[in-house]
Design a protein around this ligand. Structure first.
Ligand SMILES: [Zn+2]
Length: 154
């Protein structure tokens, strides 16, 4: 465990409904919410997280791990439809050595574009109103984004 004893968990706050306008998915067990920090030139990263607090991948019950991956895949397809991105990166960090800096499990679902230099691009804090507008576009694509529409063959 790396979270301090008095950790005010930002994703437990999300799970309590604190960012409901920025959610793209919520079935009461798994939540998809627009990330607070977005790349300056190609926003759209969604964070997938469990409603219940687990710090890292090592702690996840199998069934929940599966549900988190299913939600990540659905959101990846929705990003293809909603944003027209050319690729999607799934990124999930564990422990400080693994790049983790929020102590509640989360998967980054990141829209990618050829030559976007994602890993060199500065991040900015995106205001809630902007995140809510993006979330609405992605929510609208969730049902339309079935695998046959966004498969690798396209
Ligand atoms: Zn938490």
């Amino acid at each position: 465990m790396h979270a301090p004893a008095d950790y005010a968990c930002p994703f437990c706050r999300v799970a309590a409904g604190g960012e409901s306008q920025a959610e793209v998915f919520n079935d009461g067990v798994v939540i998809g919410v627009m990330g607070l920090h977005q790349p300056a030139n190609h926003a759209g990263t969604v964070l997938v997280l469990p409603a219940q607090h687990f710090e890292n991948t090592y702690e996840l019950p199998d069934e929940l791990a599966g549900r988190l991956m299913v939600a990540s895949a659905r959101i990846a397809r929705a990003l293809k439809v909603a944003l027209g991105c050319e690729g999607v990166t799934l990124r999930q960090n564990n422990e400080p050595a693994g790049g983790q800096d929020v102590w509640h499990w989360h998967m980054h679902v990141i829209p990618r574009y050829a030559g976007d230099q994602y890993f060199q691009t500065p991040m900015r804090m995106m205001p809630l109103a902007e995140r809510a507008a993006l979330a609405a576009r992605i929510r609208a694509a969730m049902d339309a984004a079935e695998p046959d529409r966004v498969g690798g063959a396209s």
